[in-house]
Every structure is written in C-alpha cells, then in structure tokens.
Design a protein around this ligand. Structure first.
Ligand SMILES: Nc1ncnc2c1ncn2[C@@H]1O[C@H](COP(=O)(O)OP(=O)(O)OP(=O)(O)O)[C@@H](O)[C@H]1O
Ligand SMILES: [Mg+2]
Length: 632
C-alpha cells in the first residue's frame, strides 16, 4: 500500500478533528441540558430578554457585544429541556464531521467562525480559502443581523494577510475598523467559545469621500471617464436616451472636446441643440433634438441637485486603492458615503465605476495564492434597481472578468433576490445572515433563497429565520472549486471597534494622508465648456460682422438708387427747361431775344432754374429722395 498523499492526510486529520468535535459535543450535552433546564425554570420571560444581540449590545455601546451564552435566535421557539444524550443541534455526528472536513484547507484561509450545532463546535472551524476570495461572494441578511460586522471581520483578516481592501462605508459604522476594539467579558466568552483568540487590533485605513463630501480624501471622476452608460443610470435615462447620450459622448471625443465636468457635457448638449450646432446634431444621426433637450434638462436638474462636485479633476486613480502599508499589511480603503446617502443611485453607480476602472487598470494574473484586492459592494440592491439591459450586461461582464485580474467582489445586501441571477451565479462564497418572513414578499424571497443552496442537513426555510445576530448559513468555494457543505456558523467578532471611529480621529487621519496633496484641490483646465463657449462667441462675432456687411451693401445700393433717381430728375428738369425755353422762344419770337439779351446776365437755363415752380419741383424731389439731405 502506498504512503497516503497530502489530501488523504488532510482527510484523516479532519476525521480526527471531527471525532474530537463529537466528543466535545457529548461533553457539552450535559452542560446544555442543565442550562436548558435552568432556562425553562427562568421561563419565557428570560428567553424573551436575551433573544437578540442588539438587545444586550446596543450599537452605541461597543463595550457590550453579545454574549455567547445567550440563545441568540430571534424567532426560535422557547427551548424545552432535552434529556442527555440527545444531539443538541440539527446535525448528527456524521454531518458535523462532513462539515469539519469540508472546511479543512491546506493553504491560507480567512476564518469566518465555528459551526453552531445548538452549541458552538470550535473544532469545526468554518473558513474561506484566501486564494478563493477572487471567486466573489455574497453577504446577505435582514437589517441588524450582522452583515457589516461580517464584512469588517473579512476586511480585517484580508488586510492582516497583506491584501488591500476597498469598502463603502454606507452608514458610517464601518470606520471602527481603524480603531482597536474594546474587550469585555461577554465578547471574550463569545469569541473563546468559537475558538477565536480575540485581541483588539486596528487596521491601516485610508478614508475617502465622494467629491469630498464628508470625511475623506476626495474621489472624483471626469464625465468622459464615467462614460455614457453609468451617467445614464444616474440621470435615470431610458434606453433610447441612453444610446443618444452615447452619441453625444462619441461626438465630443471625435471633436476633441474634453468632458471633464458636468458643465462640459452641458455645453456640448447646449451647442448641439443651438442654431450653430444643429447641422452637427443632424450629422450624428439617431439623435433627435427632442431627446437631446430631455437629456440636457435631466443633466441640469442633476447638477443643480449638487452632483457637480463628484465630477471633475483631478480624477481619482484607482491604483491608489491597491496599496499596502510599510509593514506589509493591506490598506483598507473606506469610502465614507453617509454624506451622499440621499443619492443612493449615484454612489452605487460610482462604486460600479470604480470597479470598472480597476478592471481597466489591473493586468491579468494567473491563479494567485491571494487576491490583489477585495472589493465590498455594500447596498448592492441599489445598483440593480431600474438598471437598463446594457448596464446589467456590463456589470455581469465586469464581475465575470475581473476575477482574472485578481479582484474579488463581495456584494452586501438584504436578500440574494436583490441580485440578478447572472451575478448570483458567479458568487462562490455565501454568508447568509437571518432572513425575516413578515410579509408574503419576505416569505417568497426566503423560499427563493433556500432554493439557491445545495442540499444540506438543515431545514433552511426554518433555520434562516432562527439564526441569531452574528450567525449565518455559510457555504464557500473550496480550493478545488467545489461548494463546501452548508454550515450554520457563529461568526468571529471583528477585532476593531464595532462602532464608528470618532470624527476627530478620522479628520486627523485624512489630514495626514499622503494622497491629499494629489486629490485635495479641484482643478479646472480648458475643456469642452471653454472651447464651445469660445466657438459660440466666435460664431456670434461672425454673425454680427455678416449683419454689418449686409447693412453696408444695402446702404450702398440705396445710395446708387438715389443717385440714379437724381440723375433722372436732373434729366427731366433739363428736358422741361428746354421745352419751356422753346415755348418762350416761340411765344416771344425775335423780340424776346432783346429782352432776353437784356436779361443776358442770366442764361435761359438759369432763369428757369430760378423760377419758383422749378425750384419747388427740384427741392421736393431732392428732399424726397435724400431724406435728411445727405447730398448737402
Ligand atoms: N460577528 C459578531 N460578533 C459580535 N457581535 C456581532 C457580530 N455580528 C453582529 N454583532 C452585533 O450585532 C450588531 C448589528 O450588526 P451589524 O451592524 O453588522 O448588522 P447589519 O446587518 O449590518 O445591520 P444593517 O442592515 O442595519 O446595516 C452589532 O453592532 C454587534 O453588536
Ligand atoms: Mg450594516
């Protein structure tokens, strides 16, 4: 018989651990029976008081995390004393052994917690192989069930193992990761029971803030960089408008019009809908003036709502999320977003933008022993709400491909139903906290969730409602790429603070950040707005010059016409004068000649011109023709 290989050894070791676990269980049974008897004596009132970790550990009191002794299920029936030696939990020894084996890995892991089978089973540790963190994951659960602490625990362990982490701090309650946690008897009891060697520890954290709103180094994107698809999402455009906006971006690119901030895009749309821009709008094809007008209006509303600060330069370089501290720990980049909580579509789309940027930036990596970065996508349901087909397709594509760049994405949301099937199918690890089934919709979501799990020894529809705070149904992807057995897990407690880091400390961390010099001050360089303003000003100048030239030509024409009229009048007067002269000559015969001769100091023409009637005719013609008498 050949020597056992590593896998065989691991299996044997796991079996030994399982046997040990079974033994521990047997030993625990007596204690449990006694505890349950005591609980029964205390009556339902006692059970009521200790059903939820939140009840004994208000969020405002980080010193009082839940105690391991407390029966945590929120909706569990009041326990009835069970005589020993019945199994305390839903799983038998074989199933416990299967879980123990299923979560024993050779390479580095992140520790999620210990199996909870009525009581914690510290020998059955539930873990995720570090190398599988780029197979993505889901942390789900009803509100207050422990999602953020799970995220915090994962982030801390990743960072400690040299993996940079990005997470959006939606409620501001993740910032505690930057401060050591506070020990308490309850916490120590809880952590010891699950085999966690808990000690307070802070992670290296860099705080960021969208557009500089809130506490953190400002993160901005240029409009060009953000792109038409994401912008359509935040503007709430329909699919036709979305493709029209794509044409506008295309036009701006082709014309060398830099779309840096929202005013640039506004200038391009204004130009295209103006008289000067109309021919260019036409040449774009497929973009109607009406649609361009609608987009422009939406954009103005969006910018006026305060969104303009998120766009501009300096544009954030996502490489700054992929950093390690001098001591080799990964840096946890926290995007503080409470300040933009009223713009959920914006920040969720921004997160998608950052992820897409990471995809563009990072090179392909082969199978690595740990990820390059893990990206936690909190409040993920906001991203998918009202998303267009193209937008969804882009998310699915990004999530699928970014794995090969060594980036793991963990979505954090209330129920798996919040994510489209195409995305859900790509999530290797699942940490499902308690779900509630208060409404028919909840019940439907619960059943749908149950349907997505592999077969297990649990009645999941019931178990998912019974999970206590800080507990979850877990299945992850093994090193071999197969799903691990479903395990009811009591999760480890984060070692950082479970409440926010004080504002003053965040402020001083931000002030000391080396990134502030690069991103702290917005800059405004020449972009589409300036170029188009100049272009439209030039067009206006040209129009004014053309108008002046037209007026000049008209005046000249008028002058020529008047001159011609004068000449005609002169000719007519001359003719009349001649006729008068002839008539006089005829009437006076030769005798008038003397008189005429006597009057020879005035020529006959002069005489006529000086006659009153002739003067009246000429003067009136001249005045009539020249108005104010230009001829003079
Ligand atoms: N792993 C854990 N260890 C110890 N205590 C925990 C753990 N998980 C949760 N808790 C307790 O439960 C409280 C609520 O957890 P958390 O804030 O993570 O819930 P949540 O699901 O993120 O809620 P929300 O949906 O409101 O954001 C914590 O403040 C803490 O007291
Ligand atoms: Mg939370």
């Amino acid at each position: 018989m050949s020597a056992p290989d590593d896998a065989e050894l691991a299996r044997l070791q796991a079996e030994a651990e399982a046997a040990e676990a079974a033994l521990a269980l047997a030993q625990a049974k007596a204690a449990l029976a006694a505890a349950k008897a005591a609980a029964a004596r205390a009556g339902a009132q006692g059970a009521e008081e200790t059903t939820d970790a939140e009840d004994v550990a208000p969020a405002s009191d980080p010193q009082n995390p839940p105690s391991p002794q407390e029966p945590t299920p929120a909706h569990a029936p009041v326990p009835t004393p069970t005589p020993a030696p019945a199994a305390p939990g839903p799983l038998d020894a074989d199933e416990v052994a299967r879980i123990t084996t299923g979560y024993s890995f050779e390479a580095a892991t992140l520790d999620l917690g210990a199996l909870l089978n009525g009581e914690p089973v510290p020998a059955a540790q539930v873990r995720i192989p570090l190398a599988m963190m780029n197979r993505h994951g889901l942390v789900a659960g009803a509100t207050g069930t422990g999602k953020t602490r799970t995220l915090q625990g994962l982030a801390e362990q990743l960072a400690a193992k040299g993996v940079p982490v990005f997470a959006a701090d939606i409620k501001g309650d993740l910032s505690g990761v930057a401060t050591p946690g506070v020990a308490s008897d309850k916490l120590t009891a809880r952590t010891a029971a699950i085999g966690q060697d808990w000690h307070p520890e802070a992670s290296a954290v860099e705080f960021f803030a969208l557009g500089g709103i809130g506490r953190g180094v400002p993160v901005r994107a240029t409009v060009s960089g953000f792109g038409p698809l994401l912008l359509s999402k935040v503007l709430g455009l329909n699919e036709t408008q979305e493709s029209s906006l794509g044409l506008v971006f295309h036009y701006a690119d082709a014309q060398g019009l830099a779309l840096v901030d929202l005013s640039d895009l506004r200038a391009v749309l204004t130009y295209l809908t103006s008289d000067e821009g109309k021919p260019e709008l036409k040449s774009l094809g497929g973009l109607s003036p009406a649609t361009a007008g609608v987009i422009l209006r939406e954009l103005i509303t969006f910018a006026d709502g305060g969104a303009d600060v998120f766009f501009g330069e300096p544009e954030f370089d996502v490489a700054d999320f992929v950093r390690t501290a001098a001591d080799g720990r990964g840096i946890v980049s926290l995007l503080e977003v409470p300040g933009v909580a009223d713009k959920p579509a914006l920040f969720s789309t921004f997160l998608m933008y950052l992820l897409a940027e990471l995809f563009e930036l990072l090179p392909e990596v082969g199978d690595a022993d740990k990820p390059k970065l893990v990206f936690f996508f909190d409040e993920a349901h906001l991203l998918f709400r009202d998303a267009s087909k193209d937008f969804l397709a882009q998310i699915v594509q990004t999530v699928r491909l970014i794995r090969s760049k060594g980036v793991g994405v963990f979505f954090v949301t209330q129920t798996p139903k919040d994510l489209p099937g195409d995305v859900l199918a790509q999530l290797g690890s699942r940490v499902q906290h308690a779900l509630r089934a208060f409404t028919p919709d909840d019940a439907k979501a619960l059943r749908a969730t149950v349907g997505t799990y592999p077969k297990s020894g649990y009645d999941l529809e019931r178990t998912l409602q019974e999970l206590g705070t800080g507990e979850a149904i877990v299945t992850v992807m093994s090193e071999k790429g197969a799903p691990t057995p479903v395990a009811w897990t009591r999760l480890r407690a984060p070692q950082g603070l479970m409440s926010p880091t004080p504002d003053a400390e965040i402020d001083s961390a931000v002030a000391a950040s080396p990134l502030l010099a690069r991103y702290g001050t917005p800059i405004d360089r020449e972009s589409a707005r300036e170029i188009l303003t100049a272009k439209m000003n030039a067009a206006a100048d040209a129009e004014a010059a053309a108008l002046a030239e037209k007026q000049r030509l008209e005046a000249e024409k008028e002058l020529a016409k008047q001159q011609a009229a004068i000449a005609k009048a002169d000719a007519a007067a001359e003719k009349e004068r001649q006729r008068e002269f002839d008539r006089l000559m005829k009437a006076t015969g030769g005798s008038t000649r003397t008189r005429t001769t006597r009057k020879a100091d005035a020529s006959p023409i002069d005489q006529i011109l000086n006659s009153k009637s002739t003067q009246t005719i000429l003067n009136s013609v001249i005045r009539g023709m020249f108005g104010t008498g230009r001829r003079r």
